[in-house]
Write a protein that binds this ligand. Structure first.
Ligand code: AMP
Ligand code: MG
Length: 545
């Protein structure tokens, strides 16, 4: 499988060959410092000071932007920091000696429809009044036909190891960075359109994305945010009637689908593959420049004068990637294409493709974890699963209790999300009475021959948690064990409707998944916490998008 550790070592050692290589120091900073949210664009050297931001927004601190003409991005920083591709034009080619190529989006053709927006992103990040999204201007902005002020669209050059092999140049083959937006909180976000046409990195692709994959990316990136997992965000989804030809399951069954564009955001879209391509092609000076830029802009805890800064950076990326994957595991998320081109240097989840939320518990996903990750990953997994079980303090049998439960879940193919959720909702007294009616996932689990042994151990462990009421335990557990995740069958049903221009279910899912830990009537009516329908088992997801 993929090997980010190896390639990062390669890339970083290449870049830091002029330094003395000392023992790799693991990042000792707090969760806040190491967390993706803190890989902010506010390194001390470059950050817009809080003061500047406040005075800039003082006049209209509570007012949102009402008119898209007032919305401005900047590409200056990205363009000035690096050499730009010297070749002009949108034709596919091998690109050298640059980080970005200038490339204009190819607008999606009318008729365009706004299928979904994330109010949380539109208002909370982009400072736009959500009413703005109802304008034609917004529709064209969000589908590549109207550039925001200040935009010089860029396609990023990166490579990647895919399924263990060096895949060479990949790059933004159907995505355009529109520029960075500094919002009133002083956060800097890079806006990207995905599905917005060909770039120099399109290879044989058409530069487009279809409705089904775009609905999935829109919904899942927002759902992951509300689950508390570091992720890119999605602002909007625009669909068109523009035909896009796809062989969804690579079996010769070619179909005409429809094009769509997602407007997505991240603090940075740099990936492990952004470094790899420079290391692979021997562009060491440029590699050093990119590393310095990423460290200065996003890793404020790393001192730019530290002679070991590349190694500290490397260990931070390793640690944070392990943390991210542990968080994926704790909500049963499988990315589906764990290649280095899809792994963010900020350790956020990016490039949603054939992902899924695990239903029947199947631990083989965890094999992607590399040797070097094991300790930190195990430690994080242990903490996260203890929280999922409502366990306080440390007991030497905790690891066993967790492993025992997971093994029973595997044997009985119990639903991953609902076993933990139902355990969060059930009073201890009911567990003592072995009364599991109305608990479909827990009923499956309880069919295991060792279930009683496990339950006795669990109840004993809970009973040792003094000064902690059962209501407290339930409350804590409900806050980490979601009741709703984006199951493939749910996405599929919303996609079928979206393909008929009925976006109601996309909207419903967006709202429900914005509160994944709260029981909601509409969600219950839709069966989103019920046993998945039988047809869900037949569903397959595809890399074709
Ligand atoms: P993904 O699997 O979506 O992460 O894409 C892997 C690489 O293929 C990236 O460089 C994408 O930009 C590129 N790619 C995927 N689909 C297309 C497409 N339809 N047109 C152009 N490039 C594409
Ligand atoms: Mg990708």
């Amino acid at each position: 499988m993929w090997s980010p550790r190896k390639v990062l070592v390669f890339a970083l050692v290449a870049a830091s060959s002029f330094t003395y290589v000392h023992v790799l120091e693991f990042c000792q900073s707090t969760h806040h410092d190491c967390n993706s949210d803190s890989h902010d664009n506010k390194g001390s050297k470059s950050k817009l000071s809080q003061h500047t931001v406040k005075s800039r927004w003082n006049m209209s601190i509570s007012n949102l932007i009402q008119d898209l003409d007032q919305f401005r991005v900047s590409c200056k920083k990205l363009i000035e920091a690096f050499p730009i591709d010297e070749v002009d034009g949108n034709f596919a080619r091998s690109v050298k000696h640059c980080i970005f190529s200038k490339s204009n989006p190819t607008p999606l053709k009318d008729p365009l429809r706004l299928a979904a927006t994330s109010k949380d992103v539109i208002e909370g990040i982009l400072d736009l009044d959500v009413a703005v999204t109802q304008s034609d201007d917004f529709l064209h902005f969000a589908s590549g036909g109207r550039l925001p002020l200040g935009s010089v669209p860029l396609a990023h050059r990166y490579g990647g190891h895919q399924f263990g092999y060096w895949a060479g140049q990949l790059g933004d083959g159907r995505a355009h960075s529109l520029g960075q937006y500094t919002n009133r909180k002083g956060e800097v976000w890079e806006l990207q359109l995905k599905g917005s046409g060909k770039t120099p990195y399109s290879r044989s692709g058409d530069g487009r994305a279809v409705i089904r994959s775009s609905v999935r990316e829109f919904l899942c990136s927002e759902a992951m945010h509300f689950l508390g997992v570091p992720t890119s965000r999605a602002a909007s989804l625009v669909v068109s009637d523009e035909p896009v030809i796809r062989d969804q399951f690579y079996n010769g069954n070619v179909k005409t689908e429809r094009g769509a564009v997602v407007l997505r955001l991240a603090k940075s879209w740099f990936r492990i593959g952004s470094l790899e391509i420079l290391a692979q092609s021997g562009e060491i000076e440029l590699l050093r420049k990119l590393l310095n830029f990423v460290i200065d802009e996003h890793f404020s805890s790393i001192n730019s004068d530290d002679p070991d800064k590349y190694l500290v950076f490397y260990s931070t990326v390793v640690n944070e990637t392990a943390h991210l994957i542990a968080q994926w595991m704790s909500v049963g998320f499988a990315h589906g294409v764990c290649n280095t081109d899809n792994f963010s240097l900020l350790s956020i989840t990016i490039d949603y493709g054939p992902f899924g939320f695990m239903e029947s518990y199947n631990p083989s996903v965890a094999k992607i974890i590399l040797k070097g990750y094991v300790d930190i990953y195990q430690m994080r997994i242990h903490q996260l699963f203890k929280a999922k079980l409502g366990l306080l303090g440390e007991d030497e049998e905790d690891g066993y209790l967790i492993a025992f439960l997971l093994k029973m879940m595997e044997d009985t193919k119990s639903d991953f999300t609902m076993v933990f959720r139902q355990l969060s909702e059930v009073p201890v007294q009911q567990l003592h009475n072995r009364n599991f009616t109305q608990m479909w996932a827990f009923e499956d689990l309880s069919s295991h021959k060792l279930f009683s042994d496990w339950l006795s151990k669990y109840l004993l462990r809970l009973s040792r948690q003094q000064n902690n009421s059962d209501l407290d335990r339930q409350h804590r557990m409900k806050n980490v064990n979601p009741r709703y995740v984006l199951r493939n069958w749910m996405a599929e049903s919303a996609i079928s409707k979206a393909e008929m221009n009925d976006f109601s279910e996309v909207e419903l899912l967006y709202h429900i998944l914005s509160f994944p830990f709260v029981t909601q009537e509409t969600a219950e009516e839709a069966g989103y916490a019920a046993r998945p329908p039988l047809w869900a088992k037949r569903l397959k997801v595809s890399c074709s998008s």
